[in-house]
Design a protein around this ligand. Structure first.
Ligand code: GLA
Length: 693
């Protein structure tokens, strides 16, 4: 398969491209760098993680020469370098980093400088063993690896602030500096810590949230199983216990953990803003694959959103999961440009079976991120390690060296991206949103739910996959976000719903929106408490129904509907309270009762699906809801064809990617069809005015 780019050509020579992309950083005199893209960057960012400390000095010269060949214009350095930069507590050695940065700068390559606080040195663990994170089972995690200290450790706060301050003073105004890359993937590999410091900090956090112990007792429902507290000092982290621990306590501990990690980021960010004004600060997210982090909250704190994404190599729909993740990142960025900080040129090393990418997939994956709003494409990592835990991970230069398909594809991609500067800052608009709330996921994933087959992630993937196959670009939104720009809003198993969230959904439908909720939605409030009255609690009025009893199905059991669809996992005993039955159950314990309902509410419509459908069947239901919303699948959608539009003030860019193994003709409203070969990508432009004609 080949990548066929039909772009207008602004390609410069590789030599000039590396330097042409940069101006001197714009120095900001005060305040945050928020709202800016990378200072001095005027082309699509291209590069990767660079770990020169793993290589002898002579390799650095070859690295820089090959980076120029590939059109690399930004590298992330120093992410895990704490032990080399501060070999003994309070003693620093920046010589090697000075040399690397200057070498890169002289070659016109910018840096995204890491703060190395995800890998505290051996001296730190030896001197402060109490800073080790402790698991729910009470195991204090050892060193010799990487990963966060207990986020509430005072010793970690002192040590991490010191190295960040040193780096900021030394490099904060370096002309090569484009971006600060704080820490690495907060929340992974561990997030929660049950250390003494964490328990102490949890109590302080609870006291500031609830003010009185009575308020905490009420919110946590501690009259259940005699869990009443008299003093804050009696409260523990929800460590492993004889039976199920209070779910409201666990939910609060998840919130506390997210908050404690975010405080670590903010502490570093504030030092960098103070000492390196004008340089944006980010930390690399794992948008849809880090369950512990509520990225809606984090997105408000970073200057630009950046993300790491790795294909689930074994899944045939990995390109759809990639699109899901990229759409989530764009949504977190509020539609602004974002940076793909890491992905892989080929296989990773940490999946059960690490499937290598086929020819052309490197470009297709990269351009799919670009299509969905990324203004920079970077990889982990520049040169494949020869030792350590990640030596079997692919890189831009594999062990096979530059004379390899991977490096040739890397160079080709760098060249193509260099010709796409026009896309910088152009945006993607979606008319459909899927509601996504980490707090709801945290609550739903606790023990003793009505079925162990409940799966919000599986359902989101089914809903998203359906829309992807229908050619519909989708955003993700928090239930309390402004939904007024969407024609259709989907809530796959939105278990926890706040008062504000339900009022927001209600207002959206009342004003004319189309809303689709699937089973086990609106079941509890912020404290994992069932609101008084029948389920679906706060969605009851808008959906126009109540549920007498949940009826989860047996493992593998299915039920037939009278419209021929097959449901799985779940059914409800629905009593209609204004909604119309669209389809009923023909078999099973709920036979004769409504399965799919539709309710006119205000100027809008609210649908309820009381069972789970696979992607093909969901198409039948969603196509009707789409009619309500005035939406239709894109012509010739499906067949592995991905088409996304990015718009600038005057131009619409259409990025079409053929993930299939047959050629496809892309129909356009105002031009003859374009035939796209199997595996190919095309990027076409038309003026915005053409829309009006
Ligand atoms: C993560 C990390 C990188 C590297 C890659 C490997 O994204 O941030 O340091 O370990 O995984 O896939």
């Amino acid at each position: 398969m080949t990548t066929q780019l039909e772009t207008s050509t602004h390609a410069k020579s590789t030599e000039s491209r590396a330097s042409a992309g940069y101006r001197e950083p714009v120095q900001q005199t005060s305040g945050r760098a928020h709202g800016s893209w990378l200072p001095g960057v005027t082309s699509i960012v291209f590069g990767g993680d660079y770990n020169p400390e793993q290589w002898p000095r002579e390799v650095w010269d070859e690295d820089v020469a090959l980076m120029k060949t590939a059109g690399v214009n930004l590298v992330s350095i120093g992410i895990f370098s704490w032990a080399l930069l501060e070999p003994r507590e309070g003693e620093f050695d920046f010589g090697w980093l000075d040399d690397v940065i200057d070498l890169l700068w002289r070659a016109g390559i910018g840096i995204s400088l890491g703060t190395p606080t995800a890998a505290p040195p051996a001296w730190f663990w030896a001197k402060y063993p109490e800073a080790r994170p402790v698991t729910r089972d009470g195991v204090a995690l050892g060193g010799g690896s990487r990963g966060m200290a207990s986020p509430s450790s005072p010793e970690y706060a002192v040590a991490s602030s010191r190295i960040v301050r040193e780096l900021a003073v030394r490099y904060g105004a370096h002309p090569a500096l484009r971006l600060w890359h704080v820490h690495n993937e907060y929340g992974a590999p561990v997030s929660e810590s049950y250390s003494v410091d964490s328990v102490r900090a949890f109590r302080v956090w609870l006291e500031s949230k609830y003010t009185t112990i009575d308020a905490l007792n009420a919110a946590w429902g501690t009259t259940f199983w005699g869990q009443h507290y008299e003093y804050w000092s009696e409260i523990d982290a929800p460590r492993r216990a004889a039976s199920v621990v209070n779910p409201a306590q666990r939910l609060d501990f998840a919130r506390f953990t997210n908050n404690a990690l975010l405080a670590c980021f903010v502490r570093e960010r504030d030092i960098l803003h103070e000492l390196s004004p004008g340089i944006p600060v980010t930390t690399n997210f794992m948008a849809t694959s880090c369950p512990a982090i509520d990225y809606w909250k984090w997105a408000k704190e970073v200057d630009i959103v950046s993300n790491d994404h790795y294909l689930t190599g074994e899944r045939g729909d990995s390109h759809i999961l990639l699109a899901l993740d990229a759409d989530m990142v764009r949504s977190l960025a509020g539609g602004k440009p974002w940076l793909l900080m890491e992905h892989s040129t080929s296989a990773v090393n940490w999946q059960p079976r690490n499937v290598a990418k086929v020819a052309g997939q490197l470009a297709r994956n990269s351009l799919s991120h670009l299509a969905r709003g990324a203004d920079g494409i970077m990889f982990f990592q520049w040169r494949a390690s020869r030792f350590g835990a990640e030596k079997f991970h692919s890189a831009m230069i594999p062990h096979a060296g530059p004379d390899s398909r991977i490096f040739r594809e890397t160079v080709a991609l760098g060249g193509e991206l260099a010709s796409l500067s026009e896309l910088l800052g152009s945006t993607v608009t979606a008319k459909v949103a899927i509601l996504w709330d980490w707090e709801s996921f945290w609550a739903q994933d606790l023990e003793w739910r009505p079925s162990s087959d409940l799966g919000h992630r599986r359902q989101i993937e089914t809903f998203y996959g359906r829309l992807w196959n229908d050619g519909i670009t989708t955003d993700f939104a928090h239930p309390e976000a402004d939904l007024s720009g969407y024609d259709l809003v989907l809530a796959p198993s939105l278990y926890l719903l706040s008062e504000a969230g339900s009022a927001n959904i209600r207002a959206y439908v009342e004003a004319g929106g189309t809303f689709v909720a699937s089973y086990f939605s609106g079941v509890v409030d912020e404290n994992d408490t069932v609101p008084a009255g029948a389920s679906p609690g706060r969605l009851r009025e808008v959906l126009g129904l109540r549920i007498e009893e949940f009826r989860p199905l047996r493992s593998g059991e299915t039920v037939e509907l009278d419209n021929g669809l097959i449901g799985a996992v779940w059914t409800d005993e629905i009593v209609l309270e204004g909604a119309t039955e669209v389809a009923g159950y023909r078999t099973g314990a709920t036979a004769g009762r409504a399965a799919i309902t539709r309710n006119r509410f205000g100027a809008g419509t609210a649908w309820y699906l009381s069972t789970e459908f696979d992607s093909v069947q969901l198409s039948t239901v969603l196509s009707e809801a789409m009619l309500d919303a005035g939406l239709a699948p894109r012509p010739n959608a499906g067949d592995g064809l991905e088409v996304v539009e990015r718009r600038s003030v005057d131009t619409i860019f259409t990025i079409a990617i053929n993930h299939g193994d047959r050629e496809v003709a892309i129909e356009t409203a105002d031009a003859p069809p374009v035939v796209l070969a199997a595996g190919a990508v095309s990027i076409s432009r038309r003026p915005v005015d053409a829309l009006a004609s």
